[in-house]
Design a protein around this ligand. Structure first.
Ligand code: 5GP
Length: 105
């Protein structure tokens, strides 16, 4: 089933997009847990980190390079953290992998 993020990627649901490439999209979290809270989402649908395959190496690497670029663009390169939640017991709410970029700046 298409996740809410797939619907955001296809523009069925609006979101505040801060960065986009052919392979990923970065949006502002609708319910931010920090002053800056961005979700970096691969366009490829992968439910959880546990579902990654070797062929997804580049997908995953792209998320981190996007995080580095976004942090630099927002001037928070020296003050941010990155987080993946994996499975419901650690509060994964949307089953389409996404990297949280959080900063209190
Ligand atoms: P998770 O708990 O799965 O790691 O994180 C999912 C995140 O997606 C949450 O921080 C939640 O606030 C955010 N979120 C859920 N639905 C939407 C939405 O429709 N739009 C946006 N921009 N963020 C969403």
């Amino acid at each position: 089933m298409a996740s809410i993020f797939t619907k955001i990627i296809s523009r069925e649901i609006p979101a505040e997009i801060v960065y986009e490439t052919d392979n990923l999209i970065a949006i502002k979290d609708i319910n931010p847990k920090a002053k800056t809270h961005i979700l970096i989402i691969p366009k490829k649908e992968i439910e959880t980190i546990n579902d990654l395959e070797t062929e997804d190496r580049e997908v995953l690497a792209d998320l981190f390079f996007a995080a580095k670029k976004i942090a630099s663009d927002l001037w928070i390169s020296e003050w941010y953290k990155l987080q993946f939640n994996v499975w419901e017991k650690w509060w994964q709410e949307v089953f389409h992998i996404h990297l949280h970029l959080l900063s209190n700046i």
